[in-house]
Design a protein. Structure first.
Length: 60
């Protein structure tokens, strides 16, 4: 794997951790709207991950 791949994976991991922290903080505060937005972002991130993985597998 190239340095570019590691950089993208590291940025994705940090984004995912930040999103989990955001959802937990919002849930503790009882703000249902922020939790819903966080979950929508999480689903979008997971779908993007699946799309990139599918493209990577189909390209190889």
């Amino acid at each position: 794997m190239t340095a570019w791949t590691f950089a993208v994976l590291a940025a994705s991991a940090l984004s995912l951790l930040a999103l989990f922290a955001y959802i937990r903080r919002s849930a503790k505060a009882g703000d249902c709207v922020l939790v819903a937005h966080g979950l929508i972002l999480l689903v979008g991130l997971l779908l993007a991950l699946l799309g990139v993985a599918a493209l990577k597998l189909l390209h190889v």
